[in-house]
Design a binder for this molecule. Structure first.
Ligand code: SAM
Length: 205
């Protein structure tokens, strides 16, 4: 399922999941089980990071069951986006095109959600909706990266700076800052991240 979502264009997946939310629910049942075996759960790391940052406006791109909003809702405003709305707080949309104005967000989070052959569009959307100096967080399975330097360099071309990558168990945590209002260069596809690998399968013991 992960592979199908990773290799398809997001508008195709979005249209299918809108018609068949059961596929999405099944995916999340498997994902909940997989998480129980993980030494590091990325969204919990983000909760820890953001819980000391009161008043932030956060975009959770590919929020799943919107656990970030559930845990941070008292201190931050969290906009949650996913193909399927797990509850009323979630905007059901394709994260290539979210219902936010330019420069609304202090922080954008992608926790294991760069799925879809056009994930570059999601990163462009993150850049559009972040304020200048806003922060981008990405967690992905380290096994998905073929070249972290290339990935970081392409983020810089998109208009992000101060890009860091750190290892947290089997995940890579990328942090970057929007430091340019426009793009530095045209970027067709952000490189260095494989589409075909599965974040769920590749973190299994
Ligand atoms: C592995 S789950 C992670 C969920 C949540 N971020 C977490 O850490 O628990 C990835 C989620 O990203 C969502 N997603 C991936 N690409 C998307 C897209 N183009 N539009 C909307 N949601 C997307 C999937 O539907 C799925 O719920």
């Amino acid at each position: 399922m992960n592979q199908r979502w990773n290799t398809a264009k997001s508008d195709t997946t979005h249209a299918r999941l809108q018609q068949n939310a059961e596929e999405w629910q099944h995916y999340h049942a498997l994902y909940r089980d997989a998480r129980k075996t993980w030494a590091v759960v990325p969204f919990e790391r983000m909760v820890k990071d953001l819980s000391i940052r009161e008043g932030y406006v956060v975009g959770d791109f590919g929020c799943g069951e919107a656990l970030l909003a559930e845990r941070l809702g008292d201190t931050c405003t969290v906009h949650s986006f996913d193909h399927v709305a797990a509850n009323d707080a979630v905007n059901a949309c394709d994260i290539a095109d979210v219902p936010l104005d330019d420069s609304e967000l202090d922080v954008t989070v992608f926790c294991l959600s760069l799925m879809g052959s056009n994930f570059t569009d999601y990163l462009k959307e993150a850049h559009r909706t972040l304020k200048l100096d806003g922060r981008l967080h990405i967690y992905e399975a380290t096994s998905r990266f073929s070249d972290r330097h290339k990935f970081a360099a392409d983020l810089e071309r998109l208009g992000f700076g101060q890009v860091t990558a750190s290892d947290e168990w089997k995940f890579t945590h990328i942090v970057a800052t929007k430091d340019s209002v426009g793009r530095r260069q045209d970027v067709g596809v952000v490189g260095g991240l494989r589409g075909e690998s599965s974040s769920m399968v590749s973190t299994e013991n």
